[in-house]
Design a protein around this ligand. Structure first.
Ligand SMILES: *Cc1c(COP(=O)(O)O)cnc(C)c1O
Length: 358
């Protein structure tokens, strides 16, 4: 049997992609604010509900430029339950991460825990909409205005999610996303920054292009530009967004059906409609999870331990967030993609159920 990974990158048809490649061959523009990039930014702007969209080379640079553009220094309160890039971007920008524990149901940073961690040196909150589940944005907004903090949302999983009638990308001083090959919409490698603040948007544009404007270096920048081949892929993939979500939903619903009645697993409490980016399962014990992984691996199936370990343990050893520590050891993301076949879903769910003794 061919291996089944946690996801399979979405690709448009070659014919579809070629439609955009022809434009590149026609104008000879490969990068540097090309027309395909502008078109992708225009379309992302439409679905993001925010004023300004800047596409970037990847989602990690999006986080780093977000911290830079907002001039964040000192302590940044963030979640220990995320992908490494959430933490590494804070460290890379010479800020100090301060962890606030997550809510055991939503798996998102707990606003009450944020408030406990605020000091004189706190300058920002970097929260993650985990698996696309909206954070308590109202409470985070209240805290940020009370203590005069900037808010950055790592919305890497949040395409097509609306909360209280607004796209999740439109919240915070900045929202970032990733367009990496493993995400719902990909540009192979890519990311984006969303903001409603014009000055911040201009700063991001400057920073992503070496700090260059009108042939002058205005400040220290970096090369974080997205190229035209990536933008082309993004445009073609974005045109299939509805179809992609529909297919993911089908896989998601099948899992739910097959795993129904399995008393050894629980799920994240989701506060909006889903985009079916992931299929996270929380096992009763870590031992059970490990057994499931072993069993699936022996059948050439590779789920992923998103997110393990708790980020507190990556460069340190102290556990101050027991909920994140506990969840990270028991959670497992089962394979999901628009291409996953019903028979494979049944097989995977069957193995999970069997190991769980159902
Ligand atoms: C994927 C991801 C990133 C990083 O994005 P890249 O495009 O791979 O650099 C950051 N944060 C979270 C939560 C992610 O899942």
């Amino acid at each position: 049997m061919k291996p089944i990974y946690v996801t399979k990158s979405v690709l448009p048809s070659l014919k579809h992609y070629n439609k955009y490649l022809k434009k590149i061959w026609g104008n000879g523009i490969l990068t540097n604010d090309g027309p395909l990039l502008s078109e992708l930014e225009r379309r992302l702007r439409k679905i993001s509900g925010s004023e300004y969209v800047m596409c970037l080379a990847n989602g990690t640079l999006a986080l780093q430029l977000a911290l830079r553009a907002l001039e964040i220094r000192g302590e940044v309160i963030t979640t220990p339950f995320s992908f490494i890039a959430t933490l590494s971007s804070v460290l890379w920008e010479n800020c100090k991460p301060v962890y606030a524990d997550i809510d055991s149901q939503t798996l998102n940073i707990d606003p009450a825990e944020i408030e406990k961690k605020i000091t004189r040196n706190t300058s920002a909150i970097l929260a993650v909409h985990v698996y696309g589940n909206p954070c308590d944005v109202d409470e985070i907004e209240r805290i940020s205005s009370r203590y005069n903090l900037k808010v950055i949302y790592d919305a890497s999983h949040s395409i097509n999610i609306k909360y209280k009638g607004k796209p999740l990308f439109s919240y915070g001083d900045i929202s970032t996303t990733s367009l990496h090959a493993t995400k719902i919409i990909n540009t192979a490698e890519g990311g984006a920054i969303f903001t409603n603040n014009k000055e911040v948007a201009q700063k991001v544009k400057l920073l992503r292009n070496f700090g260059y404007r009108n042939y002058k270096i205005l400040e220290l920048g970096i090369n974080a530009k997205m190229n035209e081949f990536s933008a082309a892929l993004g445009l073609a993939n974005l045109e299939n967004l509805g179809k992609i979500i529909k297919r993911r939903k089908r896989v998601f619903d099948s899992y739910r059906r097959y795993l129904k009645g399995n008393g050894k697993i629980t799920y994240q409490k989701f506060l909006s409609e889903q985009n079916y980016a992931y299929y996270p399962v929380i096992f009763l014990t870590e031992k059970l999870k490990k057994k499931v992984i072993r069993e699936l691996n022996s059948r050439n199936i590779y789920p992923r331990e998103y997110f393990y370990p708790s980020l507190e343990l990556v460069f340190g050893s102290k556990i101050t967030c027991p909920v994140a520590y506990d969840i990270s050891r028991r959670i497992l993301c089962l394979p999901i993609s628009p291409y996953l076949k019903e028979t494979d879903v049944r097989l995977i769910a069957g193995i999970v159920n069997k190991v769980c003794g159902n």
